[in-house]
Design a protein around this ligand. Structure first.
Ligand SMILES: [Fe+2]
Length: 155
């Protein structure tokens, strides 16, 4: 098994940690801004996403310390678009989820055939995040419309 570039792996894991922490803040923020008939299920879905992002941040952070490195205390980019529109929130979420997915793919490329456990983690996260992005995409479609809102990125 080839050696993995530990510094590069830690750097990607730190970017994942920061992106997932930004997700916690973003989903929590959105969950405070949903009004109207659909409020209850949408707020609970957004809070579930915030909790899931926190879990992912913790998992990435645990990997960083497992590798003997120091976890970042920074947080990924946050954009306050002052939107109360659920569709706009979902479009922003889809963009952020695809950015996170790209980071997990970068991680996979670095650890593939180098660390079984990290490779497994990266693959699992890619599966989870892809299904998640697919779910958001379906929420953005008009009822009765099967075509994807934005087709998933390749790879
Ligand atoms: Fe995530």
């Amino acid at each position: 098994m080839a050696e993995m570039e530990k510094e590069e792996v830690v750097s990607v894991l730190n970017r994942i940690l920061e992106a997932e922490l930004a997700g916690v803040v973003r989903y929590t923020h959105y969950s405070l801004l949903v009004f109207g008939f659909g409020r209850i299920p949408i707020v609970s879905w957004l809070r579930e996403q915030a909790n899931e992002s926190l879990l992912h941040a913790q998992q990435a952070g645990e990997w960083i310390t497992t590798l003997g490195a120091y976890p970042s205390l920074a947080i990924g980019k946050l954009l306050d678009s002052h939107t109360f529109d659920t569709a706009a929130m979902l479009r922003e979420s889809l963009e952020a989820e695809n950015a996170a997915l790209k980071l997990y793919r970068e991680l996979l490329a670095l650890v593939e055939d180098r660390s079984v456990a990290l490779e497994e983690f990266a693959r699992q996260m890619i599966q989870i995040e892809e299904l998640h992005a697919g779910e958001v995409d379906k929420m953005l479609r008009k009822p009765g419309q099967a075509a994807a809102f934005a087709p998933p990125p390749k790879a």
